[in-house]
Unconditional design. Sequence first.
Length: 264
Amino acid sequence: MGIVNLTDDSYFAQSRCSGADAALVRIGAMLEEGADIIDVGACSTRPGSVPVGEKEEWMRLEPVLKAVRGAFPDVCLSIDTYWSSVVRKAYDLVGGFIVNDISAGEEDPMMLPTAGGLGLSYIAMHKRGNPQTMQQLTQYHDVVADVKSYFDGFSVKAASYGIKDWILDPGIGFAKSIDQNYGLIRRLGEFKEMSPSGGKSPRVLVGVSRKSLIYKYFNISPEESLPATQVLHFAALQNGADILRVHDVSEAVRTLSLYRILSK
């Protein structure tokens, strides 16, 4: 999954695209490099960022979505939003896509019924709490168990709203300490053991690309974090990740190829 940010404040500057022309260039390059899904977001969702609101988000998204469907009609799109109104407008404009909601439906009570009603696939991310409260909580419980419990509850809600295909994102980098983030990567396989609401285990998406668990740990910048990102991508694949959300598609594709060779 290649990342396209229609913002001016995402933490990795090279992922930012100002307008449809820049977005098309980036998307075209990512597809050439082997991206399976293009994830478009019009509001930075990094911790501490300021939301722009649904009206501004849609103003940024609309011309890009039109251009993408025209230039790449068969591309599998994911839209990074927590607004149900944005989801409905996008569906009316481009048809089916994957909803990528960092709030797992908690920011907008109409999100889950909207996604279910439209028959869309849905990525639910865990971001509840903050590093301090999570640390206090996990003095007595472990973070993987807490996140699994959260998704057990989410699966019941998703089923009640008719969401048949949902993808689990443990929210690496959100509301967790650095140690907890690495613990989640180490134990990703435990999410594959879940059978929510009696169904099959959800696919697992991992987003670690150039994130602070790398650059803060090594005291470097996001721009210097590519080699360590690929190490974590390899570890995530070994531990059960199904989808990698990445800034650097060609490097991630090479990492996946080596993983497949070594896993034979």
